[in-house]
Design a protein around this ligand. Structure first.
Ligand SMILES: [Zn+2]
Ligand SMILES: [Zn+2]
Length: 196
């Protein structure tokens, strides 16, 4: 079980992801248009996206993340008023993670915020799912590529989320106060269109 260090690229926002093992979360790459639009909005496509437009995430609970420095630099955007909460650092536009809301024990922690190295590779394990492959820029060669969301992934994540909810793991969150207010007012930007 590992504690992974988290940092934005300029080092202002720092933290830890605690108790990480391959089984503690779900290691995935998302090719959806909204994840691509988020990277584009941050002007960090080269850093965030793989060559086919995928964003690598490790899906865990917000209570596993502690921010130890630079919390005042945490920013949020939503693609449309109902979009998921996409967090990044205001100091240097490093993508941090995606959350569904204050009451949902879920964050897709984005690889660009996790310090790379052998410890990270071992703690996250291999990528299990490549999702929304229908939106990939080109098709990566992969057995695990799925055009949408694979049932196997839901079968893995839903019980984990239910257990986490029962255990109250949506709190404490670095992104929402105890009353459920986002720590930074989300900026609403346009949703990507079908052709984007
Ligand atoms: Zn920074
Ligand atoms: Zn996505």
């Amino acid at each position: 079980m590992a504690d992974l260090t988290l940092s934005c690229s300029c080092g202002t926002v720092q933290g830890m992801a605690t108790a990480i093992t391959p089984d503690s979360g779900t290691h995935a790459v998302c090719y959806c248009r909204s994840c691509q639009a988020f990277a584009r909005h941050l002007q960090r496509e080269g850093e965030i996206l793989d060559p086919w437009g995928g964003t690598e995430v490790f899906q865990i609970t917000p209570s596993q993340i502690k921010i130890t420095a630079g919390a005042d630099q945490i920013r949020c955007i939503r693609l449309g008023p109902k979009g998921i909460y996409r967090w990044y650092s205001g100091c240097c536009n490093t993508a941090i993670g995606n959350t569904l809301g204050a009451s949902v024990p879920f964050i897709g922690l984005i690889h660009s915020f996790i310090t790379p190295g052998e410890q990270r590779s071992q703690a996250l394990g291999p990528v299990l799912f490549k999702v929304f492959g229908q939106y990939a820029r080109q098709l990566p060669q992969s057995d695990s590529l799925h055009p949408g969301l694979p049932l196997k992934m839901l079968a893995r994540n839903l019980p984990k989320m239910l257990m986490a909810k029962l255990r109250g793991r949506h709190k404490p969150s670095p992104f929402f106060s105890d009353t459920g207010a986002p720590v930074s007012e989300p900026q609403i930007i346009a949703k990507p269109g079908p052709g984007d």
